[in-house]
Design a protein around this ligand. Sequence first.
Ligand code: SF4
Length: 180
Amino acid sequence: MTKPKISSDWLAGCAGCHMSLLDIDERIIQVAELADLRSTPITDLKTPDESGVDVGILEGGINNSYNEEVALRMRKRCKILVALGDCAVFGGVPAMRNFFPLEDVLKRAYVEAESNDESGRIPSDPELATPTRVRALEEVVPVDVFVPGCPPDADVIFYVLSELAQGRKPVLKGDKLQWH
Ligand code: SF4
């Protein structure tokens, strides 16, 4: 029997959700036995197969045009799209910037932040001049499975992966998962 293909990618986040995925430890072998693990940001293959995958997993919110491009590509190439973590589910930490004017946010990040020296300045990149707000994944593409948490617990991620790898829909358990 052909194994379902799973790909993942990340958008505006901190990589913590993928680190939590790695926290499933040796259970990754069980997942690999059930599914064909394809592209991820932490392996050599970076983009999902053009011919498509069964499950696409995205961490992070939509913060810029590149994030949007990655989200659209994954949505186009996967049958089931999983929003992994609070940033993907509702914008999470990056969306905190939505409460402030873009200019103030850029100044804080590139000039005032304690990690900058006196040469810090706002880069002249057209991307940074676009007054977007951070959006949840579902505001840009339809999402099939929501996995909240910052990051989601490794046990929850293992449960979601193993269910999807076996062609089953993860079921609602408390407030941890939601299937559309
Ligand atoms: S949900 Fe939390 S752990 Fe995951 S990318 Fe966002 S900030 Fe990082």
